[in-house]
Design a binder for this molecule. Structure first.
Ligand code: BYC
Length: 330
């Protein structure tokens, strides 16, 4: 995503928001308030368009960069079945990235510009993909926790106000459910396996738990984009509400596996009807957002190399298209 740079000429000097026509703005806001979908050719405020490009392109980058930690295990999956399932999942993530880039393109930003922003380090992608996958159990933990957190965040996005983004989320959510189950199934096999396998499963839970909670973004009180995104129904649930829902669903799943969530503060709170839990290390979160995560450099290097190595495919596709057009014109 183009980060807050979108509304700024440089990172220090804020650019005033475009002064919108009050009548058009009022009509737009009334449509959003009535839960109408906004479509690509409809009038929309400049800041709405920019917020969507920021969020959807971040989401697309996350899907594509997210293929890397799991791709790392494709050649080492413990059986042919596990390899086939993981391969299908990683391919699904590539597909999600493509739907999302297409949705962002309908807002008038080119794919090249979005990819350029990722490769130059200007654009963000989810912090979660800056952590390494050290053992096979990490593949189980990613499916269970990371895809589980993604579903929690993406189900409400099926009702986001921008039509192409909402529709992309429908297929993405169906596939994410399969991803979450494949991860949990790996965790079940390991948690019920040898003591060494169970220890690997616990270690993976220990390492992925807190980064998964960070996926929902900063606490509501420190979320600069939330107020406007709620008003325009881009966001339907708050960062903290989704994080709470995730904890409430996931803690009993860990219990069922016979594993322990690495947070001594987790306790059922009868009054709120949910779990209390400890404070996320927000310093770590912001450091990872700044590009200081354990595998951040490796991830961007892999993406840049993939783009450069794929140049011949793009050139061949362009040449084929030019020939096809020339034939049609002749
Ligand atoms: N990582 O004001 P806030 C997947 C940034 S992939 C990095 O709350 P917002 C999968 C945020 O961008 C699923 N940055 O922002 C793939 C903002 O910075 P800027 C990925 C983060 O947008 C492969 C600043 O912090 N899902 O499932 O209202 C394999 C302040 O935050 C993060 C999506 O992308 C983060 N975690 O809310 C397996 C979902 N959190 O731009 C699985 C779509 C926050 O102002 N995105 N920041 O400089 C969203 O729902 C929202 O953008 C967020 C943040 C809830 C993430």
């Amino acid at each position: 995503m183009y980060t807050t740079e979108l509304g700024k000429a440089d990172s220090k000097a804020p650019v005033p928001l475009v002064q919108e026509d009050p009548e058009l703005l009022a009509a737009f806001e009334a449509r959003v308030a009535a839960d109408d979908f906004i479509e690509p050719k409809d009038w929309m405020p400049d800041a709405y368009r920019k917020t969507l490009v920021r969020q959807i392109s971040q989401h697309a980058h996350s899907e594509i960069v997210g293929m890397l930690p799991e791709g790392n295990w494709l050649t080492r999956a413990p059986s042919l079945r596990r390899k086939a399932v993981l391969l299908a999942k990683v391919q699904d993530e590539g597909g999600h990235g493509l739907y999302l880039y297409c949705a962002a393109e309908t807002l008038g930003t080119s794919r090249e510009d979005m990819i350029d922003a990722l490769h130059s380090g200007k654009a963000k992608y989810s912090t979660i993909f800056n952590y390494p996958t050290l053992t096979w159990a990490d593949i189980g933990a990613i499916g269970w926790l990371v895809d589980g957190a993604a579903i929690m965040n993406q189900v409400p996005l099926q009702r986001t106000s921008y039509g192409p983004y909402a529709r992309a989320m429908v297929k993405v959510c169906k596939e994410e459910s399969f991803h979450q189950r494949q991860g949990y199934e790996i965790m079940m096999a390991m948690a019920n396996g040898t003591p060494e396998q169970k220890a690997m499963a616990q270690d993976a839970l220990n390492r992925w738990w807190w980064p998964s909670l960070m996926m929902f973004g900063p606490p509501d009180a420190n979320s600069p984009n939330s107020a406007q995104s709620f008003r325009w129904r881009i966001k339907r649930d708050s960062n903290d509400d989704l994080r709470q829902k995730f904890v409430d669903i996931t803690v009993p799943q860990a219990d069922y596996l016979g594993l322990t969530v690495p947070d001594p503060a987790v306790t059922w709170n009868e009054v709120k009807g949910g779990y209390d839990f400890g404070e996320v290390d927000w310093e770590e979160f912001y450091a990872v957002v700044r590009g200081e995560g354990p595998t951040a450099k490796e991830r961007l290097k892999a993406r840049r190399e993939a783009w450069d190595n794929g140049a011949w495919v793009r050139e061949a596709a362009d040449a084929h298209e030019a020939k096809r057009r020339a034939r049609l014109a002749a």
